[in-house]
Design a binder for this molecule. Structure first.
Ligand SMILES: *Cc1c(COP(=O)(O)O)cnc(C)c1O
Length: 234
């Protein structure tokens, strides 16, 4: 057991560097500045030791999908920036409001209202993205695309939230053109929202280990990468 665990941890800095290089190449190909794309390291299922290995290599932003798993990790490493990217249930919003800096998976007004009410006054506003279901029936979570403009208008005024942008988890495909079409759809929705008075969404949270190049071509400002940094999840 010991040897593979050790081997895994020592590969994290090199994997991270390889991901940063992929992002830089994709930015160059898209004519974008390399600083225009942030990297969120998705550490779900991986232990604190692995997160420490990535943090020692300079990574600051980490994404988690499961609350029970995330809370002890945040307790162990409170100085990192924690993003909640998993499905959100109404009765689980309080710990999210109390312990995370960002939430990417807000897909209905009720959840946003609860997060705003439950965000502790001593903390900065909770930064949120609206999750959009860009793949239709292939996904259960996410706001339908034709409802996201109205959702953005309802969420923007909530006092303890900062509405930052849109997020999507498209159905997996190896077809680069299809990947790009779906990401372009999310960008167009963001542009439509930004036409409205007072709206300045600056974040497109899209792209994962297998499709970050397509996402960056279509304007991603944050890619959420797990497998390419930490290895395959069991
Ligand atoms: C697990 C997960 C990721 C990371 O996916 P990889 O393919 O491992 O890079 C990104 N976003 C969300 C919402 C996830 O749940």
């Amino acid at each position: 057991m010991k040897a593979p665990l050790q081997a895994h941890m020592t590969s994290i800095p090199a994997n991270l560097q390889a991901v940063v290089e992929r992002i830089m190449r994709a930015c160059a190909a898209a004519g974008r500045a390399p600083e225009s794309v942030a990297l969120l390291a998705v550490s779900k299922t991986w232990p604190v030791a692995d997160i420490r290995a990535a943090a020692s290599a300079g990574q600051r932003q980490f994404g988690e999908s499961y609350l029970q798993e995330a809370l002890p990790k945040i307790g162990a490493l409170p100085d990192l920036e924690w993003h909640f990217i998993g499905p959100l249930q109404g009765n689980k919003t309080r710990p999210v409001a109390e312990h995370f800096a960002w939430v990417h998976s807000v897909d209905r007004l009720k959840i946003a209202q609860r997060l705003s009410e439950q965000r502790p006054p001593g903390l900065a506003p909770l930064q949120v993205c609206l999750q959009v279901n860009v793949s239709g029936e292939a996904s259960k979570s996410g706001c339908p695309p034709d409802e996201v403009v109205a959702l953005a208008q309802a969420v923007a005024p909530l006092p303890r939230l900062g509405l930052r942008g849109l997020m999507a988890i498209p159905a997996p495909t190896t077809d680069l053109e299809l990947q790009r079409r779906v990401f372009a759809r999310l960008r167009q929705l963001q542009e439509a929202i930004n036409q409205l008075p007072g709206m300045h969404l600056d974040t497109l949270s899209m792209g994962m280990s297998d499709d970050m190049e397509a996402a960056i071509m279509e304007g991603a400002t944050l890619v959420r990468v797990g497998t390419a940094i930490f290895g395959r999840r069991h």
